[in-house]
Design a protein around this ligand. Structure first.
Ligand SMILES: C[S@@+](CC[C@H](N)C(=O)[O-])C[C@H]1O[C@@H](n2cnc3c(N)ncnc32)[C@H](O)[C@@H]1O
Length: 202
């Protein structure tokens, strides 16, 4: 069999407890073991994840801690290319950006607000767009799984609040889309539920 490598970008949980059906499929042990090497890149890998991987005997999984937002590059006046480092990886077959992009947006927004005046107004949008451009610029196969919007809906089905998690940046055309019931009715409140819209594109 040809040497295969899989690199899901981001994976703090390491377990299929997320919105990503595609990612969850790759999270199952049988599939992960089909690859020579699986590299999970995340800002932080918790000790619980390391323990879980050891307990499951995933010897082909490597963990890298890295900020994938591109914020520091932009702050230093450089063109952000947040996934550029993947070009140096030999035999890279497949990259998945799983449940990450909206989180990058949230983190960058928080940082941007905390450092008011330091960065351009369109920092969040630019870095979301940079992630999409960097992913689509990869020469290997790649897949994007991300939530793109959330809604707060009452028990009568009326939407009270909605937000675009990609801040106006258009994602690539979705090959699949589904609703992620983040907080079903009764979990956070008896009066409303929270749903995210998730897409997968490849
Ligand atoms: C919703 S969790 C998804 C975890 C995992 N990818 C999965 O599918 O189960 C979002 C992840 O994005 C990571 N993250 C957020 N901002 C990041 C950044 N700037 N660089 C790298 N990872 C980041 C978080 O640490 C967290 O693990």
């Amino acid at each position: 069999m040809r040497s295969a490598r899989l690199r899901p970008i981001s994976g703090r949980s390491g377990r299929p407890s997320c919105s990503a059906r595609a990612c969850c499929a790759t999270c199952r042990s049988k599939n992960w073991r089909d690859f020579d090497t699986v590299v999970l890149v995340d800002l932080v890998h918790l000790a619980s994840v390391r323990l879980w991987l050891t307990a499951k005997g995933y010897r082909n999984v490597r963990l890298i801690e890295r900020d994938l937002s591109g914020y520091d590059d932009l702050a230093a006046g450089r063109e952000p290319e947040p996934l550029g480092f993947l070009r140096t990886v030999p035999y890279l077959d497949f990259v998945v950006s799983a449940n990450l992009l909206s989180q990058i947006g949230r983190g960058v927004k928080r940082r941007h607000e905390a450092e008011a005046g330091r960065m351009a107004e369109d920092t969040v949008e630019r870095l979301i767009a940079a992630h999409l451009a960097s992913l689509s610029g990869l020469s290997c196969r790649h897949c994007l799984v991300t939530d793109i919007a959330y809604a707060v809906i009452d028990r009568n089905g009326r939407t009270h609040e909605e937000a675009d998690l990609l801040h106006g940046v258009s994602p690539p055309p979705a090959k699949a889309a589904w609703t992620w019931p983040v907080a079903p009715l009764g979990e956070e409140s008896r009066d409303y539920r929270i749903e995210h819209k998730v897409i997968a594109a490849w």
